[in-house]
Ligand binder design. Structure first.
Ligand code: 6PG
Length: 490
């Protein structure tokens, strides 16, 4: 059964150009997005009720082909068949892939649009390639609203698949200045890797916003509504971003039941589905210090450490300092500290992407990411234009904070940043995101870190050897600690 068509750009064969299976909100919104762009969309869901609901409520938006079984679904598609899977990451995704692969033919393309772990994507692509099928792991960001009106899309997989898929994905993606927020990221797991780091940055961004909120709440005693106004004002400047914008909305929301700000009746235990944790696990393997993302993941875990929080409630704070006397000045300090810490979060995330790309030979272009993250995704922000410019000027930029615009931005905020961390410490307000970002910045710019001492200690107890500042970097030395303490070449 085909629903009423409002577009005449469907295929003359009557077959669908794309199939979507998994019609929960994200899947059904993406299917509608394709249909609204004139594509004929075959739709399938394990339980037919969801398929019928989609057709009943939104069938008039475009051309849908309703299917009940995988065989019917696959038969409804023009070749090469393109199927987008929008089901839960993990075992459910494997189950759907296997069922589809049995019904599909060489040259057909399976796209996984869920938040899959990139190592799973690499494995799946290899397995499907052996069967002549193309597999594209595509990160899709933007939540329900983005899925319907234009997400940011990060497809990996073979370049040839992108040729068949790219135009459709670009058509339904968000556009900024006429440029689609979708591009081929790189082979195999590159798309899902990049989406994972996107989410890690999202965690970091949200943690920093949370700290800014708490500083204004507990440091200045502002109400939720007053803080909402501050965020609205901030959103008109450098911090202009989706997350800052919706922070104001969430803070302004009043709970119908109690009449209190909604934020005051929500249990303060932050949950997670896992992409932030994966980002940190991958960063540990790659040896990339994504301290801001790690602090954000651990802060969520700490908020949920109910037994420990209960046991520590009422422990002494020691002598606390005075609350800031100049609210306007302190608020501006917090804004600058937030912006500087945010720059660090993105700098770290981009470093992880560069390291992952090098490790797997993906050749990911950081400037392209900054471009496709400008719209549609959760971390969309005005300053991504600046990140793009920085990578355009130097594609191998070692760190964002070395690019002139960001160097100047941090320089403009550094005094505020230090004052905020000092004030927070004196007031006993936890700011792991702000403080660790500042320490990261200070560590990077410090000429001599204590790492030399660590090397000395390692050599002392384990003969692990060290390099000398006055010898070639590869030359290794060892001190005979338990002997005459002379140095030998190792
Ligand atoms: C997006 C979001 C989306 C989702 C994540 C994060 O880019 O649209 O990142 O993927 O919100 O699942 O969720 P957690 O906070 O539960 O890990």
């Amino acid at each position: 059964m085909s629903s009423s068509a409002t577009s005449d750009t469907g295929t003359s064969s009557g077959l669908a150009q794309i199939g979507v299976t998994g019609l929960a909100v994200m899947g059904s919104n993406i299917a509608r997005n394709f249909a609204r762009h004139g594509y004929t969309v075959a739709v399938h869901n394990r339980s037919v009720a969801k398929t019928d609901a989609l057709i009943a409520e939104h069938g008039h938006e475009g051309r849908f082909i309703r299917t009940e079984t995988i065989a019917e679904f696959v038969a409804a598609l023009e070749r090469p068949r393109r199927v987008l899977i929008m089901v839960k990451a993990g075992a459910p995704t494997d189950a759907v892939i296997n069922e589809l692969a049995d019904a599909m033919e060489p040259g057909d393309i399976i796209i996984d649009g869920g938040n899959a772990r990139y190592t799973d994507t690499i494995r799946r692509e290899q397995a499907l390639a052996e069967r002549g099928l193309h597999f594209v792991g595509a990160g899709i960001s933007g939540g329900e609203e983005g899925a319907l009106n234009g997400p940011s899309i990060m497809p990996g997989g073979p370049k040839e698949s992108y040729e068949a898929l790219g135009p459709m994905l670009e058509a339904i993606s968000a556009h900024v200045d006429g440029v689609p927020c979708c591009t081929h990221i790189g082979p195999d797991g590159a798309g899902h890797f990049v989406k994972m780091v996107h989410n890690g940055i999202e965690y970091s961004d949200m943690q920093l916003i949370g700290e800014a909120y708490q500083l204004l709440r507990d440091g200045l005693g502002l109400s939720a509504a007053q803080i909402a106004d501050v965020f609205t004002e901030w959103n008109a400047g450098d911090l202009d971003s989706f997350l800052v914008e919706i922070t104001a909305e969430v803070l302004r929301q009043v709970d119908a039941k109690t009449g209190k700000p909604l934020v005051d009746v929500i249990v303060d235990e932050a949950e997670q589905k896992g992409t932030g944790r994966w980002t940190v696990q991958s960063a540990l393997d790659l040896g990339v210090p994504v301290t801001g993302i790690a602090e954000a993941v651990f802060s969520r875990a700490l908020s949920g450490s109910v037994a420990q929080r209960r046991a520590a409630a009422g422990l002494t704070s020691g002598t606390l300092g005075q609350k800031p006397s100049d609210a306007t000045k302190f608020t501006e300090d917090v804004r600058r500290a937030l912006y500087a810490s945010k720059i660090i979060a993105y700098a770290q995330g981009f470093n992880q992407i560069q390291a992952g790309s090098a490790e797997y030979g993906w050749n990911v272009k950081p400037g392209d990411l900054a471009t496709i993250w400008r719209g549609g995704c959760i971390i969309r922000a005005k300053f991504l234009n600046r990140i793009k410019e920085a990578f355009d000027a130097d594609p191998n930029l070692p760190t964002l904070i070395a690019a002139p615009y960001f160097r100047d931005a941090v320089e403009a905020g550094i005094d505020s940043w230090r004052r905020v961390v000092v004030t927070a410490t004196e007031l006993g307000i936890p700011v792991p995101g702000f403080a660790s970002a500042l320490s990261y910045y200070d560590a990077l710019r410090t000429e001599r870190l204590p790492a030399a001492l660590i090397q000395g200690l390692r050599d002392y107890f384990g003969a692990h050897t060290y390099a000398r500042i006055d010898a070639p970097r590869e030359a290794r030395f060892h001190t005979l600690w338990s002997g005459d303490r002379s140095e030998v070449s190792a």
